[in-house]
Ligand binder design. Structure first.
Ligand code: DQA
Length: 149
């Protein structure tokens, strides 16, 4: 695993401002710095994409094919609605890890379904930024042990 693409969905650019009691006080820029440092620690190059648009996220997933070895994705609200993101993850068939800063399964009923998660080999929720670190580290080990979860 040499290169991982970290994709963040809608409203995650508002981290630090957005519902800080749920998502914390750190910003999206802090998150990018954090995941790049985690990548450096495990000798993996990490690129980051954030978009508020479903189609841009679909295109980022499609564009990862041939360029990245794995995807970490927090589809944010699209987690619970987007079959297009699920299909894109299935189409590229790269190992993908789902991350949520909060734990959607402990919140509103409508957050309980994850479509993207159906195409992911790993999920982490409720650990804040640390979930991204867990996901990156999981993907780094995944080629050696694809059964682990
Ligand atoms: C989220 C959880 C989603 O339910 C929500 O819509 C988000 C963020 C999280 O990281 O906790 O925007 O994915």
């Amino acid at each position: 695993m040499n290169k991982i693409l970290v994709i963040n969905g809608p409203n995650l650019n508002m981290l630090g401002i957005r519902e800080p009691d749920i998502y914390g006080k750190q910003t999206y820029a802090d998150l990018v710095e954090f995941v790049k440092q985690v990548g450096a620690d495990v000798s993996v190059e990490v690129d980051c994409v954030q978009s508020n648009h479903e189609g841009v996220i679909v295109e980022a997933i499609q564009g990862a094919l041939g360029k990245y070895d794995g995807i970490v994705i927090n589809p944010a609200a699209y987690t619970h609605t987007s079959i297009a993101i699920l299909d894109a993850l299935k189409a590229v068939n790269l190992p993908a890890a789902e991350v949520h800063i909060s734990n959607p399964w402990e919140r509103d009923d409508f957050r309980r379904e994850s479509y993207a998660g159906m195409a992911c080999v790993y999920a982490c929720a409720g650990l804040g930024f640390e979930g991204y670190a867990c996901a990156i580290k999981f993907l780094v080990e995944y080629p050696n042990n694809p059964q682990q979860l």
